[in-house]
Design a protein around this ligand. Structure first.
Ligand code: SF4
Length: 266
C-alpha cells in the first residue's frame, strides 16, 4: 500500500494513541468540535486577517490603540462567521462570554508584542507594518517525505533569513512539546524552497513568543518520527492500532473525541 500523507497533527495523534489515529485518519470518524478547537480556528482567522487591514488612518502616534480596536472588530466578525460551529459546542451564555473575553485578552497580548516590534523598526507606520507582515496560512506538501502542513506565519528577518511561526492558544507554554511539528515545518519549507528557515517558533498567545534555531538534531528527529508513523500505518487492520489508555482518554472536564466508540475501560 502506498504511504499515507501525514501531517504534524496525524503524527502527534499516532504518538498519543495508535487507536485514536485509526478512528481519526483511517475510519475518518467525525466528532463534534470542542471549544478549544473552534476558539483556535477563530483566533487564527483573526491573525490572518489582521495583516489585511486598512492602514490609511493609522500613524506612529495612534497605532497601539488603533490596532487593538481593529483586533476587537475582527474578533467580533470571526465570532459571527463561526456561529454554526460554536453552536455545536453548546456553550452556555456565560461560558461563551468567558471564552470571547479570554480570546480578546490573548489577542491584545499578541498586539502588545507586535506594537513593541513596530516601535523598534524604522520608517513610517505603513513601512514598519509592511516589513513585519508575514506570509500566512500556506499549505506545504512534500512528495519526498509524504507529509503536508499549513504554516501559520513565515516571517522575513532583516538579514534575509526566514523564521516560521505557529500560533498556540493553549495554557502550556513549553516549546519542547512542539519540536516535532516545528521540525516538520522546517522539512516542508526546505523541500519547497531549497533552504532551511533559520528559526522556528511559537507565539504562545497567553504568554510570549518562543523560538529555537533549526539544526540537524531537530530535522533528524522529525524525519525519524515521520518514518516511524509511515511504517506503522500501511495497513487498515484495526489490530495494528493498539489502544493506549492514559489520562488523555478521560479527564475531569472532557474526554477523547472517540471515547464512546473506543470504550477503553471495558
Ligand atoms: S479513548 Fe483512549 S484508548 Fe481510546 S482512542 Fe481515545 S485515547 Fe485512544
Amino acid at each position: 500500500m502506498e504511504k499515507r500523507v501525514q501531517s504534524p497533527s496525524s503524527i502527534k495523534t499516532y504518538k498519543q494513541c495508535p487507536r485514536k489515529y485509526y478512528y481519526s485518519y483511517i475510519l475518518k470518524l467525525e466528532s463534534p468540535p470542542n471549544v478549544h478547537q473552534v476558539r483556535g480556528n477563530i483566533t487564527h482567522s483573526v491573525l490572518e486577517e489582521f495583516f489585511n487591514i486598512d492602514m490609511s488612518k493609522i500613524t506612529l502616534d495612534n497605532y497601539p490603540a488603533h490596532l487593538k480596536l481593529v483586533v476587537q472588530q475582527l474578533l467580533l466578525e470571526q465570532w459571527k462567521n463561526y456561529r454554526e460551529r460554536l453552536e455545536l459546542v453548546e456553550l452556555t451564555k456565560e461560558q461563551e462570554i468567558f471564552y470571547f473575553e479570554d480570546t480578546l485578552h490573548m489577542l491584545f497580548n499578541w498586539v502588545d508584542l507586535f506594537c513593541g516590534k513596530i516601535q523598534r523598526k524604522k520608517g513610517t507606520f505603513q513601512e514598519r507594518f509592511a516589513a513585519l507582515t508575514p506570509m500566512r496560512e500556506l499549505l506545504f506538501t512534500s512528495q519526498a517525505y509524504h507529509i503536508k502542513g499549513i504554516i501559520d506565519a513565515i516571517e522575513n528577518n532583516e538579514d534575509g533569513s526566514v523564521r516560521i511561526m505557529d500560533y498556540k492558544t493553549s495554557s502550556s507554554q513549553n516549546i519542547n512539546e512542539h519540536l516535532l511539528q516545528l521540525g516538520i515545518y522546517s522539512l516542508l519549507y526546505h523541500d519547497k524552497h531549497g533552504v532551511l528557515p533559520k528559526q522556528v517558533g511559537i507565539y504562545f498567545l497567553k504568554g510570549r513568543e518562543s523560538c529555537v534555531d533549526v539544526n540537524e538534531k531537530l530535522l533528524e528527529q522529525a524525519k525519524k518520527e515521520i518514518e516511524h508513523v509511515h511504517s506503522r500505518t500501511q495497513t487498515e487492520d484495526v489490530n495494528h492500532y493498539p489502544k493506549q489508555v492514559s489520562g488523555l482518554c478521560k479527564w475531569s472536564t472532557g474526554q477523547c473525541e472517540h471515547y464512546d466508540v473506543c470504550r477503553p475501560h471495558d
